[in-house]
Design a protein around this ligand. Structure first.
Ligand SMILES: Nc1ncnc2c1ncn2[C@@H]1O[C@H](COP(=O)(O)OP(=O)(O)OP(=O)(O)O)[C@@H](O)[C@H]1O
Length: 700
């Protein structure tokens, strides 16, 4: 008897000891997690809250013509070769060559995911001329999944291993000719765009933006979200155009809302990520679009122009941000600017004949990065910034490892509890975590040699002493040090690469001839001889005229570049070509806007806003959707717009998607011409259709 009592006491003591240890570790975890969060945010701030990448599309198998005028001169510059002597460099945050894999592109997106879990809003855009690979980058293929599926998968992985509970909701909508429609709403096969309810936008009680009646479907795992994404993608409006047989005719917006109630240290309780495959910018004259395609093109161009206006106004910290100019910018109002992170991947074509559109796209990209800031930044400051980024990356990695180690220690202790008591250890009441006193146990950032990102002269590299000094700084101190250089002071979100001479040298390039284009990008940028562009807030449709600049200075040649392009013929032969004296710029747009009368502006605006679309999901033949064999899954509830308070704190990780039984599936007629949610049969359930036809176009 005595022996058993002794054992009980011993057991109790062990239990209390383990519980106390768990509490201490929890406190330690919170402490390090907070530091990691701070370091990551500093890192992203330093990189810039609005980052712009460029992806050059590879030459496709069936493509022929002249190539070679668009090259990436290094990892942050694109070079356009207009003629032998006329070239222009564009600086971006990162340039992806035609050979870049989806993995490489995603590696730039990944840090953002942790930031999302930390409560920051984020937007990822794919921008570019039609057929340059926006959908490929965002959606990808089953073999090469793009940013959206990868981000969703990673987000779930991270949310599941986090010590906090997250509620994730998925929404998908498109903006087609100014009409907002829910891509996940229940529809029957005969639903046309006329019948689709156009969603309205309003300001929420907390000042955020709310889209009325947009479904926010709770998702518990990647499989669920994958089904929804597939459904929404199929419903998107696409059509065959001269430029692309499967051209997206709308902006497709995916929204993931994250809610976390048990992490007061998060930036906000509810935040969101937008992933947006923008409609392709087009030169309407070149595509020779007419009728509906023309109207679609105009609507896309108009809203892209408004997006450019907003990003530019945010970058230059204007007091007025013109969000109201388009539905697209209205929807994104609370997710652009402030502490939100924005990533824009602009896409360009490798073809010489698309060079004019490429100029426009890169003009848009440069504006989004805010060129005036780039010009102000000195080489010294840039080097400091690069160095600080390397240091912060190390700190973030170290803190992440630290947190991971603590998490596994906690898991082990819970296992011990379970062993001692034979009860599910998570149901134990662990005391409130005491404040963790870091003392001198703060994660020590080793004195790491700076890896110069640029080839800097030796005299500019840091000394052992200065490295020692910098490494011992806290993340915020590192950021501050870079932010507050002795000469100039600027805010963290506006760091942009400064460029040495080539940019200015080339800026006086002379390429000209009169031309006309849609206003999407070029018309809003008026280049002067310094290549400083002024921005026009007028987003109306207009023609533009080419300006002839003074003869440019000869550029120093770079080892990366070849003056030869090449032709690819229909029969597959290729031939190297000397660069011609000048490319044919007939009908080429140039970045100067032609004066427009008020009446003209009014007329064009009217033309766009009055257009009423007749159908949605139009396929090549003009039909809605297509017929495919399907499998059905049921979701437990469809209308998740209002989230139940109690649900938030309960089992987030439950798998709530139950496949329907064979019998149920048989009961449902699946001989339909579209992927639809049949309202008559659903009785509150959503039926998701999985394509079992082996089609290769689904992303995941
Ligand atoms: N990086 C790439 N690697 C391989 N193929 C690519 C790549 N980028 C684009 N493509 C291919 O180019 C074609 C056009 O791409 P996509 O449809 O993604 O263009 P888009 O910019 O979305 O066009 P739109 O604006 O008209 O919808 C597709 O066949 C796509 O598979």
């Amino acid at each position: 008897m005595m022996e058993s009592d002794d054992k009980d006491v011993e057991n109790d003591e062990s239990l209390s000891r383990i519980k106390a240890e768990i509490a201490t570790l929890n406190a330690k975890l919170n402490h390090f997690d907070l530091q990691r969060r701070q370091a990551l945010n500093d890192l992203l701030d330093l990189k810039g809250n609005i980052r712009v990448f460029c992806r050059i599309r590879p030459i496709l198998n069936n493509e022929y013509g002249h190539f070679g005028s668009v090259v990436s001169s290094d990892s942050t510059h694109v070079l356009l070769k207009f003629t032998e002597s006329k070239r222009k460099y564009y600086a971006l945050d990162r340039v992806f060559t035609p050979a870049a894999s989806q993995d490489e592109v995603f590696s730039e997106i990944e840090p953002l995911i942790q930031s999302l879990l930390d409560g920051y809003n984020a937007c990822i855009f794919a921008y570019g001329q039609t057929s340059t690979g926006k959908t490929f980058t965002m959606e990808g293929t089953s073999e090469w999944p793009g940013i959206v599926p990868r981000t969703l998968e990673e987000l779930f992985k991270k949310a599941q291993t986090s010590q906090h509970k997250f509620l994730l909701e998925f929404s998908m909508l498109e903006i087609y000719m100014g009409i907002l429609s829910d891509l996940l709403s229940p529809r029957n096969r005969k639903t046309t765009i006329r019948k689709i309810q156009s969603l309205s936008i309003r300001a929420g009680p907390d000042g955020g933006i709310e889209i009325e009646n947009l479904r926010a479907i709770r998702v518990n795992d990647f499989h669920q979200v994958k089904q929804l994404y597939k459904l929404g993608s199929r419903r998107r409006s696409t059509a065959s155009t001269n430029a692309n047989t499967q051209s997206s005719r709308s902006h497709c917006l995916i929204r993931i809302s994250l809610t976390c109630r048990d992490a007061p240290q998060r930036q906000r309780e509810r935040n969101k990520l937008w992933m947006i495959d923008l409609g392709g910018s087009e030169r309407l004259l070149k595509t020779q679009a007419s009728g509906r395609r023309l109207e679609e093109g105009k609507a896309i161009n108009l809203s892209l122009s408004s997006l450019g206006d907003v990003i530019s106004a945010l970058q230059s910290k204007k007091p007025h941000i013109p969000y109201r100019n388009s539905k697209l910018t209205q929807v994104l109002k609370d997710s652009l600017g402030a502490d939100s992170k924005t990533l824009m991947v602009v896409h360009v074509s490798p073809k010489d004949e698309d060079l004019c559109e490429t100029v426009c796209t890169l003009g848009f990209a440069t504006r989004a990065r805010s060129i005036h800031l780039a010009q102000e930044e000195s080489m010294e400051l840039r080097l400091k910034k690069e160095y600080a980024i390397v240091e912060l990356l190390k700190i973030v990695k170290q803190l992440e490892d630290e947190c991971q180690e603590i998490r596994s220690d906690i898991e082990n202790l819970y296992e011990n509890l379970k062993y001692l008591t034979n009860v599910d250890s998570k149901s134990f009441n662990i005391p409130e975590a005491p404040q963790y006193d870091a003392g001198d146990k703060k994660p020590h950032v080793k004195n790491v040699k700076a890896t110069p990102v640029l080839n800097q002269p030796r005299f500019m590299s840091s000394t052992a002493c200065s490295r020692q000094k910098t490494s011992s700084l806290s993340p915020s101190a590192i950021k501050k040090k870079v932010q507050d250089p002795p000469v100039k002071r600027k805010s963290s979100s506006v760091y942009a690469d400064s460029l040495s001479s080539p940019v200015k040298g080339i800026s006086q390039s002379g390429y000209g001839s009169e031309c006309s284009m849609s206003k999407t990008s070029c018309s809003n940028w008026i280049y002067n001889e310094e290549c400083q562009s002024e921005f026009s807030e007028d987003s109306s449709e207009c023609d533009v005229k080419m300006v002839v600049f003074a003869e440019q200075k000869k550029l120093p040649s770079t080892p990366y570049l070849s003056d030869k392009g090449f032709n690819r013929f229909k029969d597959g032969r290729t031939e190297k070509t000397e660069r011609k004296k000048g490319l044919n710029f007939n009908n080429c747009p140039c970045p100067r806007k032609k004066e427009q009368t008020a009446a003209q502006i009014q007329r064009t605006k009217k033309g766009v806003t009055n257009a009423v679309p007749e159908r949605m999901n139009v396929n090549k033949k003009g039909h809605i959707e297509m017929s495919v064999p399907i499998k059905l899954h049921a979701f437990d509830s469809f209308n998740y717009n209002a989230v139940d308070e109690n649900d938030l704190n309960n089992d987030f990780a439950l798998n709530r998607v139950d496949p329907l039984s064979e019998q149920e599936i048989n009961q449902i007629s699946i001989e339909m011409g579209s992927l639809l949610v049949d309202e008559t049969q659903s009785s509150g359930n959503i039926f998701l259709i999985e394509d079992s036809s082996g089609r290769q176009d689904s992303p995941i």
